[in-house]
Write a protein that binds this ligand. Structure first.
Ligand code: HEC
Ligand code: HEC
Length: 289
């Protein structure tokens, strides 16, 4: 404390209460007073430059004519300009490829800056049309496949993905009736990742769709049974596998059958270019081949 703030030497107003309680006359420091007046000045400058004072039906506009909405519109116009350039390129690619979705998607993939644009802008398209089932950024949902891993039912090439989106997918596996013992044996072999070691795997005809090695078949959407990645996930995975074997997938007439339908987005629901963009987006989620 400087002497200036020493209460015993500071001047006072002469008012004294309770014998010794004096009202002091300490001026605030000069730097503080300068700041105080400067802030008053700033308010006036602000009033002049920016919209500020409300009037009966309008308000003062300020000499810069700035508004928050105006700034937003300018930003949007700038974004639209950048977009128009990329969208134009994509349309040109689509035309060059006879509007073929997977060829357009493949062509987008050849161009790094276009791919990057599609990955960024595809997020909204994916959020609007796909995320309800497949989760944000394809992270998967109970009963719906993960799209950002390397495991594909129908294949992970850009063509496979474009086809999945265009025509939709309905995996189909028949229900199987077998003894509890057989069911347990098959399930243990599948959980161990070695279904083909179990003779029942060929005896019951599983190999016809899941392949002799149990690694699945993209043409049928038959899941890989050796990789420990589950299409139908459950806390009790053994029960889940048994359920799938017993009731099959998309079997009409069996209400306990697994329901696995990917709706088709071709034929008008989405445009060819939108599907091409989504194909690239899904491919780039990390699991494309
Ligand atoms: C109503 C739910 C639903 C919506 C919406 C949906 N899907 Fe699917 N999708 C599925 C299901 C279910 C499957 C798995 C089909 C199967 O198991 O046979 C699937 C499968 C896929 C596959 C194949 C995955 C693989 O492993 O081969 C791709 C790719 C795909 N969806 C992309 C999309 C895209 C892109 C969109 C948005 C345009 C979308 N899906 C919208 C339910 C949905
Ligand atoms: C007609 C073809 C077909 C036959 C035969 C078949 N499956 Fe499947 N299976 C599929 C398809 C397709 C799927 C994936 C369904 C989907 O997601 O749309 C599947 C899925 C599964 C799943 C779920 C895998 C997971 O990741 O959750 C298991 C387990 C399974 N099959 C086991 C078997 C066993 C065991 C047999 C023999 C008893 C068998 N399947 C016979 C086509 C078949």
């Amino acid at each position: 404390m400087s002497d200036k703030n020493n209460p015993y030497s500071a001047p006072d107003t002469g008012h004294v209460w309770d014998d010794s309680l004096r009202e002091l006359l300490n001026q605030p420091p000069q730097w503080w007073m300068i700041g105080f007046y400067a802030s008053m000045l700033l308010v006036v400058v602000y009033w002049i430059i920016y919209p500020a004072i409300p009037l009966a039906t309008t308000h003062t506009k300020g000499i810069k004519g700035w508004t928050a909405v105006g700034e937003y519109r300018e930003d949007m116009a700038a974004i639209q300009e950048v977009r128009a350039e990329y969208e134009g390129k994509i349309e040109a690619l689509a035309t060059n490829n006879g509007n073929n979705t997977s060829a357009t998607a493949a062509a987008i993939m050849q161009d790094d800056s276009l791919s990057e644009y599609v990955v960024r802008s595809g997020k909204v398209l994916f959020g609007d049309n796909c995320a309800a089932c497949h989760g944000t950024e394809g992270s998967g949902n109970q009963g719906f496949p993960v799209l950002n891993d390397d495991d594909w039912l129908y294949g992970g090439t850009i063509q496979n993905i474009a086809q999945s989106i265009t025509i939709g997918r309905t995996g189909s596996m028949p229900s199987h009736t077998m003894s509890d013992e057989e069911l347990s044996k098959l399930t243990s072999a599948i959980l161990a990742g070695t279904p083909s070691n179990e003779p029942l795997f060929s005896e019951k005809g599983c190999f016809a769709c899941h392949g002799a090695d149990g690694k699945g078949m993209h043409a049928l959407g038959a899941a890989n049974l050796t990789d420990g990645i589950w299409r139908f996930v459950a806390a009790d995975q053994a029960e889940s596998v048994k359920h799938t074997i017993t009731h099959g997938v998309n079997m009409p007439g069996n209400p306990q059958s697994r329901n696995a339908v990917m709706p088709k987005f071709g034929g008008g629901k989405l445009t060819n270019t939108e599907i091409a963009k989504l194909s690239v987006y899904v491919h780039k989620l990390g699991g494309g081949q």
